[in-house]
Design a binder for this molecule. Structure first.
Ligand code: SF4
Ligand code: SF4
Length: 377
């Protein structure tokens, strides 16, 4: 790996990086342990990071385990992605009240959000942000809520040096290494050189922050260790998707018998869409108090796995699990290319881990490839 301005930050200095961000007015969000999982939440110091924890993942399985070292980012990905902050699950769009016989829309100016600094963004998560940028910022309809939250975000990315058995970013071209797209790009290094981070600035504001910290020049050994760590993470991935002709594969197999097979297992619980960092669908709900004097309109995440999602006049278009799973996967891996010029999947593996029955999108693609052209020509 060439030394393109890489420096080394001792792990003991990470708290100063967090403090410098706070001083610049950022609300820092990072990984922390809660309810038996690594989740993203506001943090004020490095003490809240998941020091010495790792995650054990498999289809329908997630457990935290102790590591035998003090790594701060020694896990892969948890159930949440950064869309928790950029495209939140619930947003009040407006409220209104009835007073003195008139209906008045209240002052619904969105509260200004503090700019957030996201600490520990993985390669696949950076790509997922780029996918949501394309959908929510760069398409015909610009989402003002997402735009405001995204504009202020300071991204501190963390290269992966380990993979979960559910990861397949290498086959999607979305990880585990990170070349660009973040303000700072870090790699956590342990071992003989001590606990430290290899750091590279990816923007002017990242470089500015880095200049405020005590760093040392990166050695050839630091660069080599980081490069080897990323290669090891990629090589450890046992799952993959063959993206060759995948759009045509999905479109040609509308009636493949595999859809019945997966439908027999799918509970249409929608977990896969909730944990997915690229899924963006929402619905709008109006609520009022019992007296009917106060009303609010909320935007909430929705899912193509619910029956109501495809409700149009007269009923739901997708009444079966088969229709809903097929819609989800065909949108992710085929129609997304037509709409947004990329796959809708970044290979994070969350939908595999958090599916209660362990349905595996990589396995479903493989099964579709076994005998093609079932249905549409
Ligand atoms: S594929 Fe799994 S996570 Fe997704 S809706 Fe079906 S059962 Fe739930
Ligand atoms: S479809 Fe699954 S693996 Fe792909 S980005 Fe969404 S959650 Fe991750």
């Amino acid at each position: 790996m060439p030394n393109e301005g890489h420096v080394v930050l001792a792990a003991s200095e990470l708290g100063k990086l967090i403090a410098a961000l706070v001083q610049k007015g950022y609300a820092v969000v990072g990984p922390t342990v809660r309810d038996g999982a690594i989740v993203y939440d506001a943090i004020e110091s490095e003490k809240e990071l998941p020091r010495g924890w790792t995650d054990e993942q498999a289809p329908g399985h997630y457990r935290l385990k102790r590591r035998d070292d003090d790594a701060l980012f020694g896990y892969v990905v948890g159930p949440q992605s950064w869309k928790k902050y950029l495209h939140p699950a619930e947003v009040r769009l407006w409220s209104a009240e009835r007073r003195d016989g008139t209906f008045r829309i209240l002052n619904n100016e969105a509260k200004p959000q503090p700019p957030r600094a996201f600490l520990g963004v993985r390669a696949c998560e950076l790509k997922a942000m780029a996918v949501q940028d394309r959908v929510l910022l760069e398409d015909k309809y610009r989402d003002a809520i997402y735009a405001a939250r995204r504009a202020g975000a300071f991204l501190i990315a963390m290269q992966c040096t380990q993979s979960a058995p559910t990861c397949f970013c290498a086959s999607m071209g979305t990880g585990p290494g990170i070349a660009e797209g973040a303000d700072l790009i870090l790699t956590e290094l342990m071992g003989s050189g001590g606990h430290r981070f290899l750091v590279k600035a990816g923007s002017e504001r990242g470089a500015e922050l880095l200049r405020e910290l005590a760093t040392t020049a990166a050695s050839a050994a630091d660069l080599s260790q980081a490069e080897q760590g990323v290669k090891t993470a990629a090589a450890a991935q046992t799952r993959s998707i063959d993206n060759q002709g995948i759009k045509e594969l999905l479109y040609k197999n509308f009636e493949h018998p595999r859809w019945d097979n997966v439908a027999a297992r799918c509970m249409t619980c929608a977990n896969c869409t909730m944990v997915c960092p690229t899924c963006f669908c929402t619905t709008v709900e109006d609520v009022s108090d019992v007296a009917g004097d106060h009303a609010e309109r909320w935007r909430r995440w929705d899912s193509c796995f619910t029956e109501s999602f495809s409700y149009i006049h007269g009923g739901s278009v997708r009444t079966s699990a088969k229709a809903r799973y097929r819609q989800w996967m065909t949108h992710k891996l085929a129609a997304w290319f037509d709409q947004f010029d990329s796959s809708g999947c970044v290979g994070c593996g969350r939908c595999i881990t958090w599916c209660p029955v362990g349905i595996d999108i990589t396995e479903e693609v493989r099964a579709l490839r076994e005998g093609t052209n079932h249905g549409n020509a």
